[in-house]
Structures are given as structure tokens and as C-alpha cells.
Write a protein that binds this ligand. Structure first.
Ligand code: CMP
Length: 146
């Protein structure tokens, strides 16, 4: 058993389409523990900082604009091999390549409007979780070692 934490985001397109609840249900049914969650509307600076690793890529500006078009729902998920398992549940970045049964296959419209995000490694999970959440926001208290 390798318990990990990962950052998931239900993106603005999913909130606008009203499928956030269905995505949360899939997360819960897959056995993840939701340690923290908050609905936020990112500023351009927030999005630019979050996706800083993609700064040199041609879709960076468009991606940042997309992520600021409405509220999104970042969450911290915990579970056995959570980083890889959440990526499997999301499906491929491009929904046209996503496997049947995945969240992106079910709900995503395009490679940009792809409804969910997930950390791709322990290093990025640590950065991304701390980008949105302080240690005091990770619930319940027992998970923080109090
Ligand atoms: P995400 O998992 O949030 O990580 C980076 C995001 O960049 C990705 O999901 C997509 O939304 C977006 N992305 C990746 N590749 C492309 C691309 N070729 N064109 C537009 N957006 C992309």
C-alpha cells in the first residue's frame, strides 16, 4: 500500500456544464478520500503561476485564459497510488484518445476544455497541493498528524 495525495481540479467547463457532481461521485466511487476542496475563480496571475511549467508551450496563454473563464474546484485526493489512479480515472488529456469509462471520455469537449486536471508526479503534486491549500485546510485533523 502506497498512500499518496494528488491535486485534482474540476475545471471551469465542467462547472459550467453542471457535471461537477457527477465527477465527484466518480471520485468517491473509485475510493478516493477527499481531504480538501474549494470553489475558486482564478485570476490570470493565479492560472499563470499554476501552469508555469507550460510557460514555453504554444497553448499556455489560451490555457490560462480558459482556466479563468469561471470558477473551478481544486481538491486534494488521498488513496493508494492516488497520483496514477486519478490520472487513469481522468483518461487521456485529449478526450478523442481517452478510454471508455474515463471522465474525459464522458464529459470533455477538447484537449483544452478537458474538464479535469491531475498532478503528474509526486513533485508536481506537492507543488500543486500547496498552491491551493495550506496544511490547516487538509481535513480531517487526524490526517495532519494532530
Ligand atoms: P491539464 O491536465 O490541466 O494539464 C495541462 C493542460 O494543458 C491540459 O490538461 C490541457 O487542458 C492543456 N493542453 C495540453 N495540451 C494541449 C494542446 N495541445 N492544446 C491546448 N491545450 C492543451
Amino acid at each position: 500500500m502506497t498512500v499518496e495525495r494528488t491535486l485534482a481540479i474540476i475545471k471551469p467547463d465542467a462547472i459550467a456544464k453542471g457535471v461537477a457532481g457527477q465527477i465527484v461521485t466518480r471520485i468517491e466511487e473509485a475510493g478516493f478520500k477527499i481531504l480538501a476542496a474549494k470553489l475558486i475563480h482564478m485570476s490570470p496571475e493565479d492560472a499563470a503561476g499554476f501552469y508555469i511549467v507550460h510557460k514555453a508551450l504554444p497553448f499556455y496563454r489560451s490555457l490560462c485564459a480558459f482556466m479563468t473563464q469561471g470558477p473551478c474546484l481544486p481538491m486534494v485526493l488521498e488513496g493508494d497510488h492516488a497520483i496514477q489512479r486519478w490520472r487513469e480515472l481522468m483518461g487521456a488529456t485529449d478526450p478523442a484518445k481517452a478510454a471508455p469509462g474515463t471522465i474525459r471520455k464522458a464529459f470533455a469537449a477538447s484537449i483544452e476544455a478537458n474538464v479535469v486536471h491531475g498532478s503528474d508526479s509526486p513533485t508536481s503534486a506537492a507543488f500543486e497541493i500547496s498552491y491551493f491549500f495550506s496544511s490547516l485546510e487538509l481535513c480531517p485533523r487526524s490526517n495532519r498528524g494532530d
